[in-house]
Design a protein around this ligand. Structure first.
Ligand SMILES: NC(=O)c1ccc[n+]([C@@H]2O[C@H](COP(=O)([O-])OP(=O)(O)OC[C@H]3O[C@@H](n4cnc5c(N)ncnc54)[C@H](O)[C@@H]3O)[C@@H](O)[C@H]2O)c1
Ligand SMILES: Nc1nc(=O)c(N)c(NC[C@H](O)[C@H](O)[C@H](O)COP(=O)(O)O)[nH]1
Length: 226
């Protein structure tokens, strides 16, 4: 099945963490990198995060720049890309910022194990796509997003979803901003958590670019596979 072009954009500490051991958000990007993220969002058809990120950060995933929103409206688009949550058990809070802030489509990906009453609640605020038995069937879900007209999908994490997407061969490019800080902590989320590879299925990449931005470095990778 056809799928969108999919890239991950994330920020991590110099020791590879994306938040603290309490899963508290850390401002890793500087202003210039946040502006770059905003431009990537504005150029995407959809932005996707896992439910763990929604529960930890309550992100709005909206485009911030008025100029970029204006350009989207002038191109006949919603001011914000579609916002997609990967949420097997339909745990997304109905008062989440993703529903409260900004215009645009919301899509919740749930699995067949999601409680029917929760799904019915979310259907009042979003389009709900049901795939997979216990957890969302990511390849099938990506095919359905493509059928919904999403050609360019930006994934913003978190750690577990990044593993789910990469290990299913669903990621074309990865942009990581490596910030000038150390978070540490054995249990702090890293850029990619999940089950992890064994020595014979390590995911290989090609370096596309490395650019110093303020006190950090932006690395751009093309995922070439196992
Ligand atoms: N620094 C950054 O750029 C950045 C970006 C996003 C999130 N974060 C941080 O990451 C943390 C959240 O990461 P996380 O790993 O806890 O949660 P996550 O956001 O990766 O969500 C994972 C959840 O998605 C759901 N899911 C459903 N189907 C799935 C599948 N097939 N594969 C994988 N997941 C599936 C599951 O419920 C799973 O627990 C937070 O602390 C947040 O602050 C940091
Ligand atoms: N690129 C990036 N740099 C960071 O320093 C950081 N902490 C995040 N974190 C991931 C996630 O993108 C944030 O939780 C949202 O960016 C919250 O902001 P919004 O309400 O979505 O604008 N992302």
């Amino acid at each position: 099945m056809e799928r969108p072009f999919i890239f991950i954009n994330s920020a991590m500490s110099a020791d590879g963490k994306i938040s603290t051991k309490e899963r508290k958000q850390v401002r890793i990007s500087g202003n210039i990198d946040f502006k770059r993220m905003d431009q990537l969002r504005a150029g995407a058809d959809a932005i996707m995060v896992g439910i763990g990120t929604v529960m930890a950060d309550d992100p709005s995933l909206t485009v911030k720049s008025p100029e970029l929103k204006k350009q989207r409206l002038e191109a006949g688009l919603d001011e914000n890309p579609a916002r997609v949550i990967v949420d097997s058990k339909a745990r997304t809070p109905v008062d989440a910022d993703i529903f409260k802030k900004g215009e645009g489509k919301r899509i919740i990906l749930v699995s067949e194990s999601a409680p029917h009453d929760k799904v019915a609640e979310l259907k009042k605020k979003a389009d709900v796509i049901i795939t997979g038995k216990e957890s969302v069937d990511l390849p099938a879900a990506m095919g359905q997003l493509r059928e919904n007209g999403i050609k360019r999908l930006m994934v913003e994490g978190g750690a577990t979803l990044n593993w789910g997407m990469i290990s299913n061969g669903l990621v074309d490019e990865i942009y990581t901003f490596v910030g000038n800080l150390i978070i540490g902590g054995k249990t702090a989320p890293t850029f990619v958590d999940g089950e992890g590879s064994t020595e014979d299925n390590i995911i290989k990449m090609e370096l596309l670019d490395a650019e110093k931005i303020e006190e950090g470095i932006l690395l751009k990778w093309k995922v070439t596979g196992k």
